[in-house]
Design a protein around this ligand. Structure first.
Ligand SMILES: *Cc1c(COP(=O)(O)O)cnc(C)c1O
Length: 363
């Protein structure tokens, strides 16, 4: 008996290369794209272990938990690490990065998370990229939570290494990711004797065996399901139009923040300024001793399909995350979220909050 998920023919080299080109188009880059079969942490770790080295120095901008992970890898790779810690309710500023680089001229690698789904903030990559380029460091951006949620211009912003995953705003599957690699980054990797080789983490292996041989023969059999799903979500974005997809995410964030504020309940946007709030997901802070994890459980009991989760670790008591990405970047999901949170917080009449959310969506 045949089955739609089984008995698939192997993916051809040409087909695989065409998916890479679609990713490159989405990222607005002429750089090489490597599709990695594994979660986004795979290329992120590969980039750091290839680009950072003993004797080197790195600036790690920390605006959430992923930045903390990068710092561990950078130290592990032997680099001197300067952590630029930014409060989770705000964003990094280009002037902070400029100051850190001026204080540490030896820095040759900068890692930055574009948007943090876990904390709900987004950082001005274009402005920071300008500062990093002027300094001359290699620039790595984790765009897992920003791709397809907000503008991402890899070449215009001078991003040497841009990592994405399909499972957030792209609306694709978890477990497949990609990275774009600039010429400069390839040179740095090649000059780094500590860069992984003959390893699942090795981007250089991919370059040698796939890119440098003209993308004619695949070094291994790609995971068909993941690749076909990645292709499908890229095509769906193309069909809707990227601008429309970005606009949906922007509207969902604005509407969630406006609706939560207008509930008049012990709840406020976690990220203070609208411009620092990530379009991919909105975080809300509970007040007056309301436990965020209890609130999430009560709201999910009312509407189990909502994309609600409490903050991770220490944030579980004070942060509600609304993961309005992919198909959940819709007015319906936002309104149901505001309604369920209102009911769970004993708001008797959510009419004004729903109207505020709808108005923000339309604006
Ligand atoms: C979700 C996310 C990741 C992790 O992606 P995985 O594919 O689960 O490894 C990394 N960085 C950011 C900013 C994310 O939002």
């Amino acid at each position: 008996m045949s089955h739609p998920l089984l008995d698939l023919p192997p993916l051809t080299a040409g087909h695989f290369a065409s998916i890479e080109r679609k990713v490159a188009a989405l990222l607005r880059t002429g750089n090489d794209v490597v599709i990695t079969q594994g979660e986004a942490l795979l290329p992120l770790e590969g980039c750091i272990r290839s680009g950072a080295r003993p004797g080197g120095a790195a600036l790690n901008v920390v605006t959430g938990p992923y930045g903390q992970t990068f710092g561990d890898w950078l130290r592990d790779a032997g680099a001197e690490v300067v952590d630029l810690e930014v409060p989770f309710h705000a964003a990094a500023g280009a002037e902070d990065v400029a100051r850190a680089l001026a204080a540490h001229p030896e820095i040759d690698f900068v890692s930055l998370v574009h948007a943090e789904a876990a904390t709900g903030n987004t950082n001005p990559v274009a402005e920071i990229g300008e500062v990093v380029r002027a300094h001359g460091a290699l620039f790595m951006v984790d765009a897992v939570a920003s791709v397809a949620a907000e503008p991402l211009e890899v070449d215009a912003w001078g991003v040497d290494l841009c990592v994405i995953g399909a499972q957030k705003a792209m609306g694709g599957p978890a477990g497949v990711s990609a990275v774009s690699v600039s010429e400069r980054a390839w040179r740095r990797f090649a000059e780094n004797p500590a860069a992984p080789r003959r390893s699942y983490l090795s981007l250089l292996d991919w370059k040698q065996r796939w890119i440098d041989t003209g993308r004619r023969a695949l070094p291994h059999a790609p995971a068909q399901l993941e690749m076909l799903a990645l292709e499908a979500c890229l095509e769906r974005i193309e069909e809707s139009g990227l601008d429309a997809v970005l606009a949906r995410h922007r509207a969902a964030a604005a509407a969630t923040r406006a609706g939560a504020t207008a509930l008049g309940a012990p709840l406020e946007p976690f990220v203070h300024r609208d411009r620092d709030a990530a379009p991919v997901a909105s975080t809300l802070r509970t007040l007056d001793g309301v436990a965020a994890d209890d609130l999430v459980a009560r709201a999910l009991a009312i509407d189990p399909a909502l994309p609600l989760v409490a903050g991770g670790g220490a944030l579980a008591k004070e942060m509600v995350r609304v993961n309005h990405y992919g198909l959940d970047a819709s007015l319906d999901v936002v309104l149901r979220t505001v309604r369920a949170l209102g009911t769970a917080l004993d708001v008797t009449d959510p009419t004004a909050a729903l109207a505020a959310a709808e108005a923000a969506w339309t604006a």
